[in-house]
Design a protein around this ligand. Structure first.
Ligand code: F6R
Length: 608
């Protein structure tokens, strides 16, 4: 959601800002803009729509100079338009500002500023801040920004330039993410690491209520009171090429195909030397984990589906009562937290506003948080007591794929670890279940090789307007995930249901030729699944089944069958995810959708 990039150095500001914005495109946006300072004047270019439009304008009318700020906007206050795009400027056109987040008390401040004769041109909360900084400005941008941000409520990250101080960018973080890139005779600031990687691997992660002032050869950090602070520099290991699509037409497809490699990497990291190793930031003692009263998982979207699978794993293997909540519900429902629970936050980005707020809600109750996060150094990573990293590499496609299967995989291993600590499972059985994971990458590769079958099925169903996904047991959350993947990238309505629940209402939706995706690999609930499929078949549904190789019975029931290699029931969601992702991907492609950047969606949901 909204991407910020700022640059000061010797390079051409057009190309640095544009390249940075392209790298942030995955976050989701509907308009964009850039500003620089040329001979003591602000120059601003803004457009509605795709970044291609901004690039076009910059080709015709390039910015001049070596300092600038850029932005991709995901509209919250005011419709997507050139006027509402950032940078927003003050009355004097001295100050330009880009912003990620929401300023909740903007309306009151706007009324106050209107009384003081400020003239507003947009409907945004952001413009209010540009005028507020102007109101306090007396020749010191840093001081006026500090005074202004102290008045704000909400979550925001900003980058500000002033024509009267053409050598610096002032940036402040409170809620939304902000990373500083330290270069040689150049410095940068951005909402996410990919925008910096072409210039430097040396970064500083900003915490809330911190300010940075960037100049070409100098970077200073301050706290909210304007006192100088020291910050830790880190080196990023990713290479810029890991951010490219390679030979794949879309990031999503590339990321689907990376999944066997992600699981292989995690087998090496987590099970090296035959012992569980949850990484350098795990921080939870075996003693503490052995005495947990229960587990509370909170997450959003696909990460919530992974969390739901976690419930089956923790209860099934470790016999620990587990609750799973959608973060936006968890944080407002006044949850009862008695005993010694472990709260788990699951998030690819580590920046999801609701998940972060849920984590803070739990912390306020003095509970300890263990998170599963892909992006190291993200807010959820930093604020948790311990983190298990997903090690999935950068995930750029908006639809989560490789992070999801890694989340399930980590939960599987963690549940086996807990079962060992709690003596909930026979040691030999535990060993057997651990060994099972070694076969998973090979099985995933096999599924990915059989993509033609999935393509063929999607051709057949591409014009359907509604899909139902059903599953039972640990693959009920897989059904939810299959439906979410399909709807978010194809815009076709899809709904996921526990198969046993169909006759309590949803079966009324089934008529002749209604397409139903049934997830029915061999499992403890296989026979029950067959009965549920029969019930739908009898009512005319067209059944697309995901089944285990060698299952002959299913052929008679399913109109189309996608086979996956047989595996341990509790690992099956990892394999099942692949055909579901490919099914959604090819249906979306056949419908001409922009799968990497589906409409209205953002990769990192930093507002509630
Ligand atoms: C769907 C998807 C979203 C995210 C959700 C949470 O494909 O990607 O549903 O899972 O927005 O995001 P994270 O995991 O970054 O907290």
């Amino acid at each position: 959601m909204c991407g910020i990039v700022g640059y000061v150095g010797d390079k051409d500001v057009n190309s640095v800002l544009m390249a940075g914005l392209w790298r942030l495109e995955y976050r989701g946006y509907d308009s964009s803009g850039v500003a620089s300072i040329v001979n003591g004047d602000l120059e601003v270019r803004k457009v509605e729509g795709k970044l291609m439009n901004l690039e076009g304008i910059l080709r015709e009318k390039p910015l001049v100079g070596n300092i600038g700020i850029g932005h991709t906007r995901w509209a919250t206050h005011g419709e997507p338009s050139e006027q509402n795009a950032h940078p927003q400027v003050d009355c004097e056109e001295n100050i330009a500002l880009v912003h990620n987040g929401v300023i909740e008390n903007y309306y009151t401040i706007k009324e106050e500023l209107i009384k003081k004769k400020h003239v507003f041109k947009s409907n945004t909360d952001t413009e209010v801040l540009a005028h507020l900084i102007e109101e306090y400005y007396n020749g010191d941008l840093k001081e006026s920004v500090l005074k202004a941000v102290r008045r704000l409520e909400g979550s925001f990250a900003i980058a500000v330039i002033a024509a009267s101080e053409p050598d610096k960018i002032v940036s402040y973080k409170s809620g939304s993410p902000l990373i500083v890139g330290l270069g040689k005779k150049e410095n940068l600031v951005a909402s996410d690491i990919p925008a910096l990687l072409d210039h430097t691997k040396h970064i500083v992660i900003m915490n809330d209520n911190e300010m940075v002032v960037l100049q070409k050869e100098n970077v200073e950090f301050y706290n909210r009171d304007g006192e100088s602070i020291e910050k830790e520099e880190r080196e990023i290991k990713w290479s810029p090429t890991s951010l490219d699509k390679g030979d794949f037409p879309h990031y999503m497809l590339k990321e689907i195909y990376e999944q066997p490699e992600v699981i292989e990497r995690n087998i090496d990291l987590r099970l090296e030397g035959g012992e569980f190793d949850f990484g350098e930031n795990f921080n939870f003692s075996p003693h503490k984990l052995a005495h947990l009263s229960h587990i509370v998982i909170q997450a959003c979207g696909t990460s919530w589906h992974a969390g739901y699978i976690g419930k089956y794993l923790f209860e099934g293997y470790a016999r620990i009562h587990t609750e799973v909540d959608i973060s936006s519900e968890f944080r407002y429902r006044k949850p009862v937290m008695e005993g010694e629970p472990l709260v788990m936050a699951i998030s690819q980005s580590g920046e999801t506003a609701d998940t972060l707020a849920g984590l803070r809600e739990a912390k306020a109750k003095f509970l300890e948080i263990l998170s599963l996060v892909n992006v190291r150094g993200s807010a959820i990573d930093r604020e948790s007591d311990g983190t298990i990293y997903l090690n999935a590499g950068p995930e750029i496609g908006v639809a989560s794929t490789k992070a999801y299967t890694s989340q399930i995989f980590q939960l599987y291993l963690f549940s086996l670890y807990l079962s060992k600590l709690k003596w909930a499972m026979d040691a030999t059985e535990n060993e057997e279940k651990i060994k099972e994971v070694n076969s998973i990458p090979k099985k995933m590769k096999k599924i990915l090789k059989n993509v033609d079958k999935i393509k063929e099925i999607t051709e057949k169903y591409k014009n359907e307007k509604h899909f139902m996904f059903i599953g039972r047991g640990i693959n009920y959350p897989s059904a939810l995930e299959g439906a979410l993947k399909l709807k978010e990238i194809s815009y076709i309505h899809a709904t996921g249901y526990p198969a046993g629940e169909m006759k309590h209402g949803p079966i009324a939706l089934i008529s002749k030729n209604s397409p139903v995706v049934a997830i029915a690999p061999h499992s403890s609930v296989y026979e029950k699944m067959l009965t549920n499929i029969e019930e739908l078949k009898t009512r005319g549904a067209k059944i697309i089944v995901i089944a285990s190789e060698g299952d002959k019975r299913i052929k008679e029931l399913g109109d189309d069958v996608i086979y996956i290699p047989p595996c341990e029931e509790n690992l099956s969601p990892v394999l099942v995810a692949l055909p579901l992702q490919l099914f959604a991907y090819y249906i979306a492609i056949l419908n001409g959708r922009d799968v990497d950047r589906p409409r209205n969606l953002a990769k990192s949901v930093t507002v509630e």
